[in-house]
Design a protein around this ligand. Structure first.
Ligand code: UD1
Ligand code: MG
Length: 447
């Protein structure tokens, strides 16, 4: 493909079968709204313009597709009517206009590029992506002549007996010659079984105008449209499969691929090892030579080269793990930087903090970052050592190389290289325990 490309994304349906307060296309697969996947694919194809047709009263949808322009289809009068809702955005376009459904997030950029190239090749008016399902019921049938040209698309409800036998079906994705598109769509009427303006009638209109159309075949797996939560889960499974394959192809080892869940934007470096049951939420970037051990959960965070994460680690938004740093079991890190080589190995909460290079945070250390009203910062210097079971009450600053004694509650500032500790005075009573037991046995008669 070489001509200009624009994209119209149909997202006007509410999707009643989802039984949701939210428009269907905002539901997420691989951590991203379905409509976002479709917009990303358009971006991949270097679309000059991507327009989204929305239904009435969908302010949240308009927000998530911004800055792409939206057009409201007030009444749902059919797919051609939906595309024409974007008429003002279609005016003056040249080259190709691709129509995509926002509830069909699995079409790859490669497939769509193949469709656009086929349309361009013979300057066809319309190119349609077709597939061959086992059961074609419900789909528009693609009627082709002996030369393979597409002569009509007949909707399921309009089919005669012979047409109903055709198993080459419309996936819904169509590419139009931009210059003729508005004229073609405006010639479509609604004299049919559903009383709708069928986008698919564009093929017949083009034929009447002496123009040609073409169908391109795609694997059925890409064509899945999501109408229910069950289909949402099917789409999720297919996307996860692709993301796992891609991660391995890029040089990550997934010990048990089926148990690792990615987001569409997860980035893994080379020679990363991901153990079973790891979940990557949106916005995670992992460097090279990182090991992510079993049962870890990461979102909106950055993990530096050679870091060691988990098992059972939780990296929350804003966690930045430096090169060679270690985050061990039952450790939660939120909006905090661990500089190179820092270690937080066991049972800790580190939030709104900086942990300096090579600092060692003992088991059970808590940054007390919240007083019920404000979040406060904890700063731990390079090489500091925080004894186990310490509470660092923010705002607090531990100087480079300082040592905090185990079990301390620290407020305020600790000088570099100082020892600080807060601890109740220890008392010891010789023989007290033995005497206590003897007395209790007499009292209770228990051995
Ligand atoms: C459509 C195609 C059919 C194809 C099938 C593939 C037409 C006439 N038929 O049929 O050939 O095999 O998809 O799944 O195009 N939409 C709007 N506004 C409307 C109507 C629809 O935005 O007024 C959107 C829907 O939300 C949906 C998409 O367009 O995302 C397709 O509409 P749908 O009603 O599902 O069309 P089908 O009857 O399935
Ligand atoms: Mg449909």
């Amino acid at each position: 493909m070489s001509l200009e490309l624009s994209v119209v994304v149909l997202a006007a349906g509410m999707g009643t079968r989802m039984k949701s307060a939210m428009p269907k296309v905002m539901h997420k697969v691989a951590g991203k709204p379905m409509v976002g996947h479709v917009i990303d694919t358009a971006a991949h194809l270097k679309a000059a313009k991507t327009m989204v047709v929305v239904g009435p009263d969908m302010p949240d949808l308009i927000k998530i597709v911004a800055p792409h322009p939206t057009f409201e289809q007030t009444d749902r009068l059919g797919t051609a009517h939906a595309v024409l809702a974007a008429k003002d955005g279609l005016k003056g376009l040249t080259g190709n206009v691709l129509v995509l459904y926002a509830d069909s997030p699995l079409f790859t950029a490669e497939t769509l590029a193949r469709l656009v190239a086929a349309r361009e090749e013979n300057d066809h008016a319309v190119a349609v992506l077709g597939f061959r399902p086992e059961d074609p019921t419900g789909y528009g049938r693609l009627v082709t002549d002996q030369n393979g040209n597409l002569t009509a698309i007949v909707e399921d409800k309009e089919c005669n007996d012979a047409q109903r036998q055709i198993n080459f079906c419309n996936s819904g994705v169509m590419c139009f010659k931009a210059e003729d598109m508005i004229t073609t769509l405006e010639a479509i009427d609604n004299a049919n079984a559903k009383g709708e303006y069928y986008l698919t009638d564009a093929v017949e209109v083009a034929q009447k105008n002496g123009q040609s159309c073409v169908a391109v075949e795609v694997d059925e797996a890409e064509t899945l449209g999501v109408n229910s939560r069950t289909q949402l889960a099917v789409a999720e499974a297919i996307l996860q499969g692709r993301l796992r394959e891609a991660a391995m192809a890029e040089g990550a080892t997934l010990v048990d691929p089926a148990s690792v869940f990615f987001s569409a934007d997860t980035r893994l470096g080379r020679d990363v090892i991901v153990e079973p049951n790891v979940v990557f939420g949106p916005g995670v970037t992992v460097g090279d030579n990182v090991v992510i051990k079993a049962f870890s959960h990461l979102e909106s965070c950055v993990v530096g080269n050679g870091a060691d994460i988990g098992p059972y680690a939780r990296l929350r938004p804003g966690a930045k793990i430096g090169a060679g740093a270690r985050v061990g079991n039952f450790v939660e890190i939120k909006k905090a930087v661990l500089e190179a080589g820092a270690k937080v190995n066991h049972l800790s909460y580190i939030g709104d903090a900086r942990v300096g290079a090579k600092a060692n945070i003992g088991a059970g250390t808590i940054t007390c970052n919240y007083d019920g009203f404000r979040k406060q910062h904890t700063d731990i210097g390079a090489g500091a050592f925080i004894g186990s079971n310490s509470s660092l009450v923010a705002p607090v600053e531990i100087g480079d190389g300082a040592i905090v004694g185990a079990g301390s509650t620290i407020t305020g500032k600790v000088e570099a290289d100082a020892l600080t500790l807060t601890r109740a005075e220890r008392i010891e009573k010789k023989g007290w325990a033995a005497k206590f037991r003897e007395k209790m046995r007499e009292l209770t008669g228990k051995k």
